[in-house]
Design a protein around this ligand. Structure first.
Ligand code: ZN
Length: 137
């Protein structure tokens, strides 16, 4: 596991893999520094290749301030650049979570946020922590 630091201004357009650029991992508060774990990028690319559909990252790296603002857990993996919340085009989050389960059978975090009233779309949280964590909200 290697966590790299990037600058949104300088590296934003840089490709981290075939389908993902640095800017997609930026904190939504617009801050310049971005932390991204290489294993997270590999995981997302694997998901992209498996479904062969666009993957939208709705939240990846978060600063402490932004994480508090969005109600993230104080030890959220998003703070370390090891987590992403994703939506796969035209694919229910349940299918995405099931597939990620096969990639991370004994490690990592998978949080399922099914589509429900008050949520335009569901999403899946994935992270590459060493321990295994699963939840559904
Ligand atoms: Zn998340």
């Amino acid at each position: 596991m290697r966590i790299e630091s990037y600058s949104l201004a300088k590296d934003g357009e840089k490709k981290l893999s075939a389908n993902f650029r640095v800017r997609e991992f930026a904190c939504k508060d617009g801050s310049n520094t971005i932390f991204v774990c290489d294993e997270l990028v590999q995981l997302l690319q694997n998901i992209r290749d498996h479904f062969n559909r666009p993957v939208t990252i709705t939240s990846a790296y978060r600063t402490v301030t932004h994480n508090k603002k969005v109600g993230g857990s104080p030890k959220s993996q998003h703070l370390y650049g090891t987590a992403a919340d994703i939506q796969v085009k035209d694919t229910p989050p349940e299918f995405v979570a099931q597939y990620v389960e096969t990639l991370l059978p004994n490690t990592g975090g998978i949080g399922l946020y099914p589509k429900k009233s008050g949520r335009a779309k569901g999403w899946v949280h994935v992270d590459v922590r060493k321990a295994k964590a699963r939840w559904k909200m």
